[in-house]
Design a protein around this ligand. Sequence first.
Ligand code: SF4
Length: 234
Amino acid sequence: MAPAAANAAKVQLVNGRLHEVYGPRERYSARDPLEELILTILSQNTSDRNSGRAWRILQSRYRTWDEVLAAETSELYDAIKSAGLGNIKAPRIQNVLHEILDRRGSFDLHFLRDLPLAEAKRWLTSLPGIGPKTAACVLCFACDMPALPVDTHVHRVSLRLGLIGPKVGADAAHDLLEQAVPPEDVYAFHVNMILHGRQICHAQRPECGRCPLADLCDYYAAPRAQPAVSTIGG
Ligand code: SF4
């Protein structure tokens, strides 16, 4: 059964509140779409610091994507190992490059900007090992399209607020949230939700007492078991 739509009215309220608290967001990156795709693969399950290091080493060892594709996979693994999971990421990068070259005859992904959003997503997610989050990162950050990447922060905060149903996974949340946020606000919503998740709505011990979204939050409103109070002689 398809997951229920996001709570669009609440998404609008949260979006407005985030805007008031964290301010407007300007897109600042116009990275090449293929670079964004490879960088996002490197960033899977690791910190920005580790993936950034792997990216710099990759750039220093290979001058072109043809060279990356032609490299021994073990060599590529060595170049990107600081990003972790090199045994998965090195073949994934080469498989993706191979598939793009096979389909397009070049590594140029700028054509994605001219496709309808759903079609661009379908094209990217049909590449080997590319899921909705990686596709959304490429389309949002490098193609200036209203795709909404749902990372662990966006997913957790959305669940707690009740923007999506309690059983909706991160992959399914992409389309649901994206349909509920006005296209022109998608980028700001993504960035502000991450900021909120990092600063206040932590995975462990969310700081609800100082949360500007508390009056909108299902998690905050839900009754929770109180710790037992021990009394003298009781
Ligand atoms: S009230 Fe608490 S759980 Fe809800 S969004 Fe704020 S910090 Fe997160």
